[in-house]
Design a protein around this ligand. Structure first.
Ligand SMILES: Nc1nc2c(c(=O)[nH]1)N(C=O)[C@@H](CNc1ccc(C(=O)N[C@@H](CCC(=O)O)C(=O)O)cc1)CN2
Ligand SMILES: Nc1ncnc2c1ncn2[C@@H]1O[C@H](COP(=O)(O)OP(=O)(O)OP(=O)(O)O)[C@@H](O)[C@H]1O
Length: 194
């Protein structure tokens, strides 16, 4: 399957999910995350849910992070150059939905990518080798490339990994983990494990 065929397949699978499924599966993903050995860091980057795209509801993960007093980092996306800028989420952060239905901070304390220890990565799909497919604009390719080499990259998906390898380009950054509602995929990523 090509990347565009994979995108099509997983968009269709997502469209079929009901609201209740999304809540249940999102909660399961959050509970699985609790069993990983990733909670001793300081700065955690999280995406805020595009409900219209039936993405994972990341509020459960937000609650875990807040309960553990972690620094939570969220982003604004620039659709002119496909870059992201990063901000600390605090009690006073006001969010507004962008043109693409992404909840984003209006303003706040900007955080350098070099501070980020763990990134939860939105996925359309991933494979058993840790390759990922997103919406195809390269936002996360660019962002993950700019992170420290030992930043932990955790893909979240409602669906299991593709067993057929996804063809990759030179910009693609691999995941360290893929988390689904029932499984933890741990990838052998020489960048992060070195
Ligand atoms: N929650 C969340 N935030 C994220 C991402 C994500 O996947 N999820 N991104 C991950 O990279 C970046 C934003 N990526 C996006 C890329 C394209 C479209 C987009 O083209 N939307 C179109 C139609 C999409 C379609 O259904 O084909 C639209 O809304 O008109 C939206 C977001 C950064 N922030
Ligand atoms: N660091 C980079 N600098 C310049 N262009 C890049 C970079 N990373 C990726 N791109 C470009 O971005 C486009 C999208 O890449 P790709 O198909 O891998 O997206 P994706 O990983 O599915 O999506 P996303 O990262 O938005 O979730 C490609 O045309 C790619 O060449």
């Amino acid at each position: 399957m090509t990347k565009s065929e994979i995108r099509k397949k997983y968009k269709t699978l997502r469209k079929a999910l009901l609201k209740d499924d999304i809540e249940e599966l999102s909660l399961q993903i959050a509970n699985i995350l609790l069993t990983l050995d990733i909670w001793n860091y300081s700065f955690y980057h999280l995406f805020l849910t595009i409900e219209e795209q039936k993405e994972i509801n990341t509020e459960y993960i937000l609650n875990i992070l807040a309960g553990k007093d972690k620094n939570i980092v969220i982003s604004k996306s620039n659709f002119e150059d496909y870059s992201m800028s990063h901000f600390l989420l605090s009690d006073s952060t006001k969010l507004k939905k962008s043109k693409y239905n992404i909840p984003e901070p209006i303003e706040g304390i900007e955080i350098s990518v070099s501070k980020i220890d763990v990134v939860f990565v939105p996925l359309l799909a991933f494979d058993i080798n840790g390759n990922r497919v997103g919406y195809g604009k390269g936002f996360y390719d660019r962002f993950l490339q700019a992170c420290k080499s030992d930043t932990i990259k955790i893909g979240l998906s409602f669906f299991e990994a593709e067993t057929e390898f996804i063809d990759t380009s030179k910009n693609d950054i691999k995941l360290d983990y893929g988390i689904t509602p029932t499984k933890i995929y741990k990838f052998n990523n020489p960048e992060t494990n070195s």
